[in-house]
Design a protein around this ligand. Sequence first.
Ligand code: ADP
Length: 485
Amino acid sequence: MPIQLKDSGLLKTNAYINGQWVAGEAGETFPVINPATGEELAQVASVTAVQTKEAINAAEKAMKAWRALPAKERSDLLERWYGLILDNQEDLAQLMTAEQGKPLFESRGEVMYGASFLKWFAEEGKRVYGDVLPATQDRRSIVIKQPVGVVAAITPWNFPNAMITRKVAPALAVGCAMVLKPAAETPLSALALAELGERAGLPAGLFSVLTTADAVAVGGEMTSNPVVKKVTFTGSTGVGKLLMKQCADTVKRTSMELGGNAPVIIFDDADLDKAVAGALVSKYRNSGQTCICANRIMVQAGIYDAFVEKFSAAVAEFRIGDGLEEATTHGPVITEKAVGDIHSKVTAAVESGATVVQGGQPSELGSYFYEPTVLTNVTRDMSLFKEEIFGPVAPIFKFETEEEAIDMANDTEFGLASYVYTNDLGRIWRVSEGIEYGMVGVNETMISSEVIPFGGVKESGQGREGSKYGLDDYLETKYICMGGL
Ligand code: ADP
């Protein structure tokens, strides 16, 4: 079924380079698939390393005038872009669900969430302050902040809109230019954003969108080209490490939002209903395909059975299906391969002694669907404890003591999001400080917004996105010494 949009001008299939909508160098294209149906939605231009270089050169040129503008003028453009996204929320949501699979209500929510970064950084970009340091007799020392330079961004398919806006908004707000490579699974959302940016008045070259089937070639140019001063990436830890290595040769700055292995630690004294609701939404949102999804649900022994019962009863009520149907609560996963990967993790756990309480199989709905699954009798020695599941599978672990819970939470190379349910004030502090994560949700799992610093520690990455801290990722600190006074 072709995508029905109110404004058909938002369905773009060419890449956007230097303010032009362009085909791949030799006319190459790649298909975009609707994961709910397996149907092809569009053929999109696949750009090359040479075209990436052109976009980078155009960004360098565009940045000269852009960085010289008063912050307020940059802010005005971001505000216009924000307004256009809100005006077109429904079309952007339809596009997103069609190419990514998440239910429409989640897509509508993501469009608003994504837009919020443009609004936020339109404001924050006006508040980039320098500093005057303590004077000495013959000199004055001043610190100014300047845009880092041309930024290359590489984004994933799980949030096809918001992962872009939370990078492009702060970059543009402080005077940088950006070249973006969206995921090949979800290029249509990225191109629609660029179209709205163009309508908002983006100068040519300031923001290019490099759709491609050849991530290695485009990523290779982005990470080796000396004009690019910073690479910002959201995706898997393996690719993030590779990009960091590639960036080393030209000593680029990097921001990395990588994988997670989020624990939800639920103590005996927690409010059971709140803990069940929080764990459910954190686990199954976007069919378990977010980097801050609950990956290990850890429940203290005294509340364990009651938790499992309520949690799995709620999972049994899910309505799985095509995200474009309003009744659907949970959509497909992104690819057929993902279904296979998820099932092999479940199978390995079951072979090691886990019990399937709900689901546990690929769904009969089609080759992109996996049954929402609940596993008990899972233990620390199972591979499931260490791996990011990235699918609708909830392993529920049991623990006895606070010390054991902290130890289990930290027993991973990841450190992105974590969640704690307890009503004991002392414990809230002890656990929040004791676990090695960039973000801790206390009695809350919906922790993300434009106002907060999103990011991880350990192998989950570095840098922060959103909030006042998010500006620093796109700024350099320059010290000016005024001597001979
Ligand atoms: P996921 O498992 O979520 O698809 P990836 O890390 O593979 O995570 O993908 C995130 C983004 O990284 C996508 O835009 C993808 O195309 C891109 N990517 C994957 N491999 C490379 C690479 N070698 N160089 C540059 N980008 C890459």
